[in-house]
Design a protein around this ligand. Structure first.
Ligand SMILES: *Cc1c(COP(=O)(O)O)cnc(C)c1O
Length: 466
């Protein structure tokens, strides 16, 4: 132990105390004028003369604290951005210290094996056979979804490797819904499939994919020269936290010869809980699964994962030969650059490795279930005060509206403006099923307590003028 900390680190630890212990004292969000932020940054840093690092750290910490929507705040009921466990912060610092290069196994054996070990554990949590699954860390769900579709293409149309999708005799289609994540539009462009290949299947009144409509659409599409490349089931939709009927989709994918991808970027966290796990039944039948540790597992942003039951498909999709990369290490090791989209690769897996080692799987189950309970509390408290909850899920995403909103006397936009100006909570709004704009609140912090839920209800009541 260092008896006296170097000043820059001492300042860092001061800030850590604010972020970790006193986050409730900060507004979740505050009004911002872009010109003011830009001026503060530009006038504070000319980059001309050297300066003591502790001064720089002090100034940067102040900027970040002042102008950030505090997603780690227990009253940030927002998109899937969590409070982070300290283990993740320390993992990032350790990783930066040695800067292990994970492109090839041979450069970073310890980090590679830690990533492999934790990915195998998490494959088991998903119900996949770890021995038959190739899993990798990604920058996030978007990269994981891209990897899944590239694997599906390589699996089904290996000839597209050279000729590209334009040379295929059929047009590959991806089936999903309006509630699926919009990263698939980017994936369609990046893969050369084109956005027409994204076929949106209608949802039921519960905002989940209608399997009969899927079947009918595939039949119709085949007649027009399309071929079902992949069916995407979402486990925990971004808007409403709903889970598509995964077993039905798995059946249809099997019958149609389509790849079955489950986008569980956020929802897969529920697999830690024996109580919530049955909701995601069918995920174990997926050809590939997207899971973001940075959504519900309380680790820093930039920690996605792809799990794939067809290692050869990933090898076909990403393998290249070079003369400058270190050779394969043997012994059952994998060089990540040859099975993923990235080349130079950071050891991001250490964030979840350290957090899981600290908490254990039961510890994680506890955090997940606590958040689900806070979601249930929120549902109850809103309903008691005359708000209408419009989505039905045990997962902690609560979509709600009010008779005054439905009658068109108040808009969600106006209501949110008041909520943000007061800065005590952050919530958002969303259009569900292409039908109705509603308010959305998600419990994303393991620190959220019943009192925080009360503040949320108070704030929407105040914004409603009551
Ligand atoms: C967040 C999300 C994504 C995108 O993941 P990123 O980590 O933001 O790249 C994909 N799918 C779903 C269902 C999501 O919620």
């Amino acid at each position: 132990m260092t008896p006296e900390l170097p000043p820059a680190w001492a300042r860092f630890l001061e800030e850590r105390d604010v972020a970790r212990d006193n986050i409730r004292d900060l507004p979740v969000v505050r009004p911002v004028d872009p010109a003011e932020v830009r001026a503060a940054v530009e006038s504070g840093f000319g980059f001309e003369r050297p300066r003591p690092l502790e001064q720089v750290v002090d100034q940067v910490a102040d900027l970040l604290r002042r102008w950030t929507v505090h997603v780690t705040h227990p009253r940030y009921f927002g998109l899937y951005n969590p409070s982070v466990r300290e283990a993740g912060v320390i993992a990032d610092a350790l990783t930066s210290l040695y800067n292990p290069q994970l492109a090839a196994w041979s450069h970073a054996p310890a980090a590679q094996e830690m990533e492999r070990h934790v990915l195998r554990k998490l494959a088991g949590v998903l119900g996949l056979d770890a021995d038959r699954t190739l899993a990798s860390f990604t920058t996030g769900g978007a990269e994981a979804n891209l990897s899944a579709i590239l694997a599906a293409l390589a699996h089904r149309f290996p000839e597209a490797d050279r000729g590209g999708v334009a040379a295929l005799p059929v047009r590959p289609a991806i089936y999903l819904t309006e509630e699926s994540h919009h990263s698939f539009l980017k994936v369609a462009r990046m893969t050369g499939l084109g956005t027409d290949a994204v076929r949106r299947i209608p949802t039921t009144e519960r905002f989940v994919m209608d399997p009969e409509a899927l079947r009918a659409r595939i039949t119709g599409d085949r007649a027009e020269g399309w071929s079902p490349l992949a069916i995407v089931g979402t486990a925990g939709t971004t808007g409403a936290g709903m889970v598509d009927p995964l077993p039905r989709l798995a059946d249809i994918a099997a019958q149609e010869g389509a790849w079955f991808h489950v986008d569980a970027a956020w929802g897969a966290g529920a697999m830690f809980s024996a109580r919530l796990r049955p909701l995601l039944a069918g995920i174990e039948r997926a050809d590939s699964v997207t899971w973001d540790a940075h959504k519900w597992l309380s680790v820093p942003i930039g920690t996605g994962m792809i799990f794939c039951r067809h290692p050869d498909a990933l090898r076909c999709a990403f393998a290249v030969d070079t003369t400058y990369m270190p050779g394969a290490s043997g012994g059952g090791t994998v060089d990540p650059y040859a099975v993923t989209a990235q080349w130079t690769r950071r050891a991001i897996g250490l964030r979840i490795f350290l957090a899981l080692a600290e908490l254990g799987t039961d510890g994680y189950a506890g955090l997940i279930e606590h958040q689900a309970e806070m979601g249930a509390e929120l549902r109850q408290r809103l309903s008691r005060r005359g708000w209408e909850v419009v989505n039905d899920t045990p997962l902690p995403v609560v979509c709600f509206t009010h008779p005054e909103i439905r009658a068109g006397r108040v808009t969600t936009t106006k209501l949110l403006r008041t909520v943000y100006a007061r800065g005590r909570v952050w919530i958002s709004d969303v259009v569900l099923g292409g039908r109705e704009r509603v308010l959305r609140a998600c419990v994303t912090s393991y620190l959220t307590q019943p009192d925080d839920v009360d503040v949320l209800v108070e704030e929407v009541e105040v914004a409603m003028g009551r």
